[in-house]
Design a binder for this molecule. Sequence first.
Ligand code: NDP
Length: 327
Amino acid sequence: MFDALYLEKEAPDGQTATIRSLPESALPEDEVIVRVHWSGLNYKDALVITGRGPVVKTWPMVPGIDFAGVVERSSSPDFHFGQKVMLTGWGVGEKHWGGLAQKACVPGAWLQPLPQDLTCQQAMALGTAGFTAMLCVQALVREGVGPNNGPVLVTGATGGVGSIALMLLAGMGYEVVAVTGRLEEQPYLQRLGASEVLARSHFEMPSRPLEKARWAGAVDVVGGQVLASVCASMKPQGVVAACGLAGGMNFPATVAPFILRGVTLVGIDSVLCPRTVRQEAWNRLAVRVDKTLLASMTRVIPLSEAIAASEDLLNGRIKGRLVVEIP
Ligand code: NDP
């Protein structure tokens, strides 16, 4: 038997979330059974657990879009008993049972060995959020934004992706300006390396096609009007890495920044990111991340608190990362 957070669809518009003890035979049949020890609680997990977003494709569902643990049984030649492994994305916790459980069973192709310099807990303190933040940072670097090009902006800065992107960019020598709806968190954002903190409200008003050119690069987790305003205020040849929709799915922008300032908008998808790109991003994360700062922005919760914490996360009451310990 194993404990799992278990979601059932009751009616077209209702779902239940409970902690259940399930037999191992209930697991989806696949190549590798992992004894999960840590899982991140991400924005998408919160949407799934609260039912506030139409993310789940099959029911019942065990949520958890990422996890780290130890291989318990494997028919994959790539993984062996006792090996420490991790997983992010691939539709786990959406279409396939996920990591908010003591056990998960997945194809070997979705797993990766735990990076050498990280513990399972650190890997999930980073989790999907940290991986996505690194993909955003790599996109800026790849597109030619260096620390000397000018300030870079990070929106949704107190959240998981935002906090880690801010920390990584500041650690790489960039001047980072944080955008937040929670100005009272200025000391937290400065501790992570923000040189300036701006109110999100400045970016929520409809922008002109081109605003004053200020940012060499940007990491946006918010979408909607905020992303449109960010694009309008990029410097010539500026680069925006867009990964989120915390503020909305729409994009009320004009083409002006792209055709008059040569701005590049790079889309970031962590879910189906190819294995080689994943490996490189995780190797960099393992080396680059300041583990003391990471620990300071991470709160550990038990599985039993994941439901309440999901409400808090969507209601803007969490900063940094939540990581679920699964003994
Ligand atoms: P968090 O909840 O940890 O952070 C989101 C942050 O966005 C909040 O802390 C808040 O920051 C800001 N925010 C929240 N609600 C709103 C709102 N209504 N309007 C504007 N800003 C808001 O989430 P994550 O960091 O885990 O994820 C952030 C986004 O990135 C999500 O949309 C998520 O789905 C997406 N994502 C995408 C991935 C991909 O592969 N493309 C992978 C991982 C995440 P503040 O208070 O500082 O303004």
